[in-house]
Design a protein around this ligand. Sequence first.
Ligand code: HEC
Ligand code: HEC
Length: 288
Amino acid sequence: MSEDKKEIDEVSGVDTTGHEWDGIKELNNPMPRWWVYTFIVCVIWGFAYQFYYPSWPLINDFYHGAGGETQREKVHAELAVIAQERNQYAQRMATMDIAAIRNDSSLSIYAREGGEAAFGDNCAPCHGTGAAGFVGYPNLNDDEWIWGGSLDEIQTTINYGIRGVHEDTRLNDMPAFLRDELLERQEIDDLTTYVEGLTDSSIRSTSATQELFIDNCSTCHGEDGKGIREFGAPDLTDAISLYVTDRDSIVDIISYSRGGVMPSWNGRLDEATIKSLAIYVHTLGGGE
Ligand code: HEC
Ligand code: HEC
């Protein structure tokens, strides 16, 4: 391929490179300049990228890059910031009085949201996701409280549980009047009518039955049947009830009693979480 073989191609008017194979000549049509420069820039950028960022696998490790920058480091850094913020909240909440937390605008928002999440994890299996409860598991949205609906009372209930194993657990058991042979079947039947009459004024009982109630039941449920909080004895005069669904269920609870159990959370959940839960439950609608 010597210089003298270069010529202008007759058909296209383009000069040839001088290469020729069996009479076929190569036209001299180089890549456009802009393309070549872009290509060179890309190659340089590619090398720089590999140099700056983590790239090549090594035998036991990988090349970490001159910039020391990885997505993983970024996530770790972000998580550390969040954890630090949380820690700050949790520490303040652990030492603060629950009422003070509720009155602190940023802490109370944090507590409610944390409480809602903790409720879903720990309490919803028994009380339902919306805390609406089931038979035997109280609805926490209404303003009827068995053990009390103030922030402190709710916190105590959550901390120590009800009929649980904690030494400070809330404790009181209704006697099983039939099984323990405290009352006759007929008396239980009369008392059932009396209990029904507490919510339905069209159902009337004799004064003898009223006396039976006062003698056997009023120590816990009160003479008027409105319940006594210190004993965890529910109000029998309102439409909200724990176990009562029909007449048979009333006969059943007087005969055999129930004694629902709620676990204690003290020691299982940290203090900030328990306070958050109490604040969350308190804001559900019935807080006192
Ligand atoms: C194993 C089931 C169970 C779990 C889990 C449970 N509870 Fe309860 N809870 C009960 C029962 C049963 C009662 C009613 C006990 C009674 O008969 O007095 C109750 C009662 C309560 C009360 C008292 C209501 C009142 O009217 O005074 C509060 C408050 C409460 N639970 C909050 C919680 C919170 C918050 C959690 C989660 C940390 C939780 N519970 C987890 C079973 C449970
Ligand atoms: C030693 C205290 C005590 C005495 C006495 C007692 N109760 Fe109760 N009663 C309770 C407690 C505590 C509960 C709640 C049980 C639970 O939470 O599991 C209850 C629940 C009930 C309920 C169900 C309420 C609901 O909301 O579902 C009825 C009905 C009832 N008692 C009727 C009676 C009658 C009638 C008598 C008298 C014959 C009586 N009780 C005597 C403590 C008592």
